[in-house]
Structures are given as structure tokens and as C-alpha cells.
Design a protein around this ligand. Structure first.
Ligand code: O7M
Length: 218
């Protein structure tokens, strides 16, 4: 995925028409649109191809199964038009490798959740985040997902993965994280959902987030 604006829109609305309207309004300010269960369950898998007309689509299914099931899921999302898929790392190396091998067959990418952004991530995720990040490097993932709500974790994870892998970072706005802090701490992209799609002016909010990102990258 090409890094340009540094912003990924998380399209967690559940209606097709609303998703298309917001994509139309915001596509000049985003590098990708992330689509997950809420929208695909609400609007059907075809929404991936529809949104891909506006920006590359990241299929956020947090794939977390045995290798064969992971392969079937990834084949389905790439055939639907997704540019990349998000996988969990905790099911282990063979499960992640299956996603990456399938992505390679389609010329697509896999991003691995290293650490989550919500408070409950401290229950189980924190002690394994660094091992998952190491595994993402060893298995050949394109990048990892790490929390904008914990800039120190972002810095640690950046140190582990080096500069070749990318970091996409959720938790800005509604979850309390700040775009400029996340970018300064090592994120390549921030992922923003509610602050944009719940706003009366999604285009303006997206533009102002991009301006904030540019304030620390230029
Ligand atoms: O900006 P929000 O809080 O409305 O939306 C954030 C999006 O990022 C939403 O789609 C979450 O499911 C997702 N997300 C997190 O919020 N935290 C994580 O740790 C991981 C993700 C995510 O995108 O994983 C790929």
C-alpha cells in the first residue's frame, strides 16, 4: 500500500449507500479505506469492490484460524477486490504464513495485529506484542497494527520491526489517541473511524487530520 496522506479511514458504518457517500467525500484525503465485519455483514462482501473504486480497501477480518481456514478467508477477500488483509498473530506462525502465502499468490499484502488499542488489551496482549511483531518480520508481513493510544508501545514495536515494515495505528480521536503523537512515535498511517464517519462534515475532518499529520512529517 502506498503511503501518501498517512490516513486510513475505518468505514464502520453498516449501510452501503452511506459508505459510498462517505468514500466519495473523503477519498482525496485517505490512502485506504478499512472495511470490517460491521460493513460487510450489513452491506455484503460486494461492498469491498464498490469501495475499491475510491481507494485501496483493507479487509479487516482479523483472521485468526487454522492455516486452511485462513487461506479460504484470504482467497475470498482478495477475489472480492481487497488490496490487503489484516490477520491476528496469536494463532501462530503457520496460520500467519498461510495468510501471507495466499496474499503473495494474489500480489497482495498482510498486516498483523501486534497490540490492540483498547483498555482490555492489557489483559492478554501486552506481554506478547513484541513476539508477534518479531514473527510478523520473520514471516514476511507487509506491516503491523499497533495502538495510537500507547505511543510508548508504538516506539517499542517500531524498534523491533525496523523501517522496512509499516505500522498502521488505530485509536485516534474516539479512543483518545492523537494523530501527531502516533506519527511521531513511529506510525506510517493512523486509522480513524468514528471521528470522521460520525461527523456532519467527514471531508473537513479528514482534511484536518491530514493537516495534523503533515505538521509532524514536513
Ligand atoms: O476511530 P474508531 O475508534 O472509531 O475506529 C477504530 C477502528 O480501528 C475500528 O475499526 C477498530 O475495529 C479498529 N481497531 C482498533 O480500534 N483497535 C485495534 O487495536 C485494532 C483495530 C484494527 O483496525 O485492527 C486492524
Amino acid at each position: 500500500m502506498i503511503k501518501n496522506k498517512g490516513l486510513i479511514l475505518s468505514m464502520d458504518v453498516v449501510e452501503k449507500q452511506k459508505a459510498i457517500m462517505i468514500a466519495e467525500e473523503t477519498c482525496d484525503s485517505v490512502d485506504a479505506i478499512k472495511v470490517g465485519y460491521p460493513l460487510v455483514l450489513g452491506a455484503g462482501i460486494g461492498i469491498i469492490g464498490e469501495l475499491a473504486r475510491y481507494a485501496p480497501v483493507i479487509a479487516d477480518f482479523k483472521v485468526a484460524d487454522i492455516p486452511n481456514t485462513n487461506k479460504l478467508i484470504c482467497e475470498h477477500v482478495f477475489k472480492a477486490g481487497a488490496d490487503s488483509v489484516i490477520s491476528h498473530g496469536f494463532p501462530g506462525r503457520d496460520s500467519l504464513s498461510s495468510c501471507i502465502e495466499t496474499a503473495e499468490e494474489f500480489g497482495k499484502e498482510v498486516y498483523v495485529v501486534a497490540e490492540m488499542s483498547h483498555p482490555g488489551a492489557t489483559d492478554f496482549f501486552l506481554p506478547v506484542a513484541e513476539s508477534i511483531a518479531e514473527m510478523a518480520v520473520e514471516c514476511g508481513a507487509a506491516g503491523v497494527v499497533a495502538p495510537a493510544t500507547r505511543p510508548d508501545s508504538l516506539k517499542r514495536i517500531r524498534n523491533i520491526i525496523g523501517n522496512e515494515l509499516k505500522i498502521m495505528s488505530p485509536g485516534v480521536g474516539a479512543q483518545g489517541g492523537k494523530a501527531s503523537d502516533a506519527i511521531s512515535s513511529g506510525a506510517d498511517w493512523i486509522i480513524v473511524g468514528r471521528s470522521i464517519y460520525k461527523s456532519q462534515y467527514p471531508k473537513k475532518v479528514a482534511e484536518s487530520i491530514v493537516a495534523e499529520i503533515e505538521s509532524v512529517t514536513r
